[in-house]
Design a protein around this ligand. Structure first.
Ligand code: FES
Length: 317
């Protein structure tokens, strides 16, 4: 497949107590595709595990990509395998970059609010804004000071534009949207990435301050998938099988039980890997990948998380 790249891990460094930085180059030494701030790549951790990670190197850099990966004890295996198994010299398959979290470079001022490992896309954004001579503030929020990753680099490259907020260092240095975000000028845009509770707080605070939805940008790297709802029937047209999807079971799980494998990656409705065509029926979209217009067309579905409003869904698989 031409959207995959064989990459070599050329550097590996712990950037905090639980964040590892990996530097990747093309195996054959050729330039990597150009990426924009906010982009992520998929990393094929092993045969069964593909995970998405934001690029946190300088946008436009084609010699190497850099990732910052949190060792998450609650992970489904991806980050733990990366921390425990990948080493310098290993070859990994990665995807070309994809950007679902672009910067609006017309903004007069950008507020970047990263929570924990959600700092990674913000780092690339800060580099892009700095290179363009744009005004920005980079807020980096963590629970404990020991969790701050890339600190020396961020202080060196962003100076006073960087504000680090550690929950364990007292109230006065914590992020306070009311004072740190300022007036909701039309030329100011806010970006946030991090744990969902953190992002919800940033977004609701921004709205309360008067920022409009078109000024607030966000990227979830983990989302709660709502799998509630009645069971329904899926007809896999190409396979000629009719399959019952139980309440609480995903379409992917029901298909797999009948021997029909659909490639998945995030399993949270974020990446689009599992999208299949809908031939009949009305999907109950639960993903964040398809746009509102695409969802309204009802001709595609993310089978890792979405369900069906109609009793029967006919899929082109
Ligand atoms: S696997 Fe990522 S959207 Fe379904």
């Amino acid at each position: 497949m031409n959207n995959l790249i064989q990459a070599t891990i050329t550097e590996r460094q712990m950037m905090s107590s639980d964040v590892v930085s990996l530097t990747l180059t093309q195996v054959d030494g050729s330039p990597l595709p150009v990426f924009e701030a906010g982009a992520h790549i998929s990393v094929h951790v092993n045969e069964d595990t593909i995970r998405q990670y934001s690029l946190c190197s300088v946008p436009g850099e084609t010699v190497f990509y850099r990732l910052g990966i949190l060792k998450d004890p609650k992970s489904r295996g991806g980050s733990i395998a990366i921390h425990d198994q990948l080493k310098v010299g290993d070859t990994v398959t990665i995807s070309i970059p994809n950007n679902l979290f672009p910067l609006d470079m017309t903004a007069e001022h950008s507020i970047l609010a990263g929570g924990g490992i959600g700092i990674t896309p913000m780092i690339a954004m800060a580099y892009a804004l700095k290179a363009a001579g744009k005004s920005f503030t980079l807020h980096y929020c963590v629970r404990a000071h020991k969790e701050v990753a890339f600190l020396e680099e961020l202080q060196r490259d962003f100076g006073d534009a960087l504000q680090v907020h550690c929950d364990d260092l007292g109230d006065e240095q914590r992020l306070n949207p009311a004072t740190d975000f300022g007036a909701p000028d039309a030329g100011t845009h806010i970006y946030t990435c991090g744990p969902s509770g953190f992002m919800d707080w940033i977004m609701s605070s921004a709205r309360e301050l008067g920022f409009q939805d078109n000024q607030i940008h966000f990227e979830y790297f983990t989302v709660e998938v709502d799998s509630s709802g009645e069971g329904f029937t899926v007809v896999a047209e190409q396979s000629g099988k009719t399959i019952s999807v139980a309440s609480g079971q995903s379409i992917v799980q029901a298909l797999a039980a009948e021997g029909i494998k659909v490639e998945v990656s995030c399993e949270q409705g974020i990446c689009g890997t599992c999208i299949v065509d809908v031939l009949e029926g009305e999907p109950d979209h639960r993903d964040q990948f398809l746009t509102d217009d695409e969802k309204a067309d009802n001709d595609q579905i993310a089978v890792c998380c979405s369900r069906s409003k109609s009793p029967v869904l006919v899929l082109d698989i």
